[in-house]
Every structure is written in C-alpha cells, then in structure tokens.
Design a protein around this ligand. Structure first.
Ligand code: NI
Length: 209
C-alpha cells in the first residue's frame, strides 16, 4: 500500500516535470515575444507578405519583385479616407525625411483598397501631396484583394445612411518588409515619425544595408 502510494507519487512528479519542460519549450521567453523597441511589434514568424501584381501611380505594372533589394514600407488605404490614411501618410512622409540618406533604401508604398475610385491618376495626385518619394499602387478588384490577403488587410465598403458616397473600412497597420520581402516590423496607427524612422534605421543597420 505504502509502496503503491510512493509509486503513484513518483509517476505524478515525473509527469509534472515533463509538463513543466514542455511548457518551457513552447513558451520560451523571447520566442514569441514582440520586440518593443520604439513602440512597434517585430514578428518575423508572422505570415505576412507575399506576391502581388499591381499598377503604380505612373501606370506601370509592378509586382512585389519590383521592390526586392529595398525595404518596403506598405500602408493600405484609400484617397477618400477622412482621417487615418492622411495621418499615416504624413507620418511615413515625415519618417522618410528623418531617415536622411537611408530613405533611398526604402520604397514607401500606399496600396489602395478602393480601386473603383483610386485610378493611377487619382493616386498620383494624392500621394505626391505627401511626398514625391511615395508610390501609390492600385489594380483590379481581384489584384487588390490578392495583395490585401497577403498582408492580412481587412477592408469593406461602408455607405453611411443618407450619403451618396461611400467610405472604406480598413485595417491601418504599416508594414516594414526587408529587402528579401520578409516582414521586419509592424507599426500601429499613431506611431510617431520619429519612432518609425528610428525603427527602420535600426533594422537597416542590423542587416548591414
Ligand atoms: Ni484610411
């Protein structure tokens, strides 16, 4: 009886130990924890990014490959956006200024999720208001949907009652992709230009170019 109790206790202890080891293996500190330098989240493991084929604001057909070798800063939005898009574009533009010569390594892209109204011409007028280095991208509804899915961007048309026009509801994260097209960082809306520029600079320095 006593022997059996000891055996059960031993088995119990071994199981607890195995459980603890498994727990430590799965939740190793750092393996999933975000890098919080400068108020951003870095998550190289996240499946964000992928192939897209779109048209830039000069009418040129481009793909994700067009920007390989440069750091892509991507933001999805639409030119009729009343608040979030203008704020975020202004931040990206200001961050480009703060980057100095490193800005040349960056391809800042504004991807429209409202291709119905955002023609290349409309985008050309819009993005250059913020910074001549910004590139506006649009495409067919299908092309835009493929690009948005790759970046897990959600969007939908909203028609306010009594209004003859519509708005787009959309996620408003800004993505930093490395020169190989892999996710380097995600910026939440409201990130300051200073923080964004510092984070981009840190990533460029860490990679050595
Ligand atoms: Ni917007």
């Amino acid at each position: 009886m006593v022997l059996r109790l000891i055996r059960f206790t031993a088995i119990g202890l071994i199981l607890m130990l195995l459980g603890a080891l498994g727990y430590m293996q799965w939740f190793r500190p750092g393996s999933l924890s975000p890098d919080r330098a400068g108020g951003l989240v870095t998550a190289a493991e996240m499946q964000i990014g992928g192939p897209f084929a779109l048209t830039d604001h000069t009418g040129r057909a481009v793909t994700d490959q067009t920007y390989r070798g440069r750091w892509m800063v991507l933001f999805f939005g639409f030119t009729h956006c009343p608040d979030v898009c203008p704020t975020e574009l202004a931040t990206v533009a200001e961050a480009l200024g703060a980057l100095g010569p490193d800005a040349g390594r960056v391809a800042p892209l504004f991807v429209s999720i409202d291709p119905e109204r955002d023609t290349p011409a409309a985008l050309a007028q819009y993005v250059t208001l913020y910074d001549p280095r910004l590139t506006g991208l649009t495409g067919t509804a299908e092309q835009v949907s493929v690009a948005a899915r790759a970046y897990r961007v959600f969007y939908r048309k909203v028609e306010p009652p009594g209004s003859s026009t519509y708005l787009m509801d959309h996620s408003a994260l800004t993505y930093l992709m490395d020169p190989d097209g892999r996710l380097a960082a995600i910026f939440r809306p409201g990130t300051t230009a200073t923080d964004m520029a510092a984070a981009i600079k840190a990533h460029i320095a860490r990679r050595g170019g």
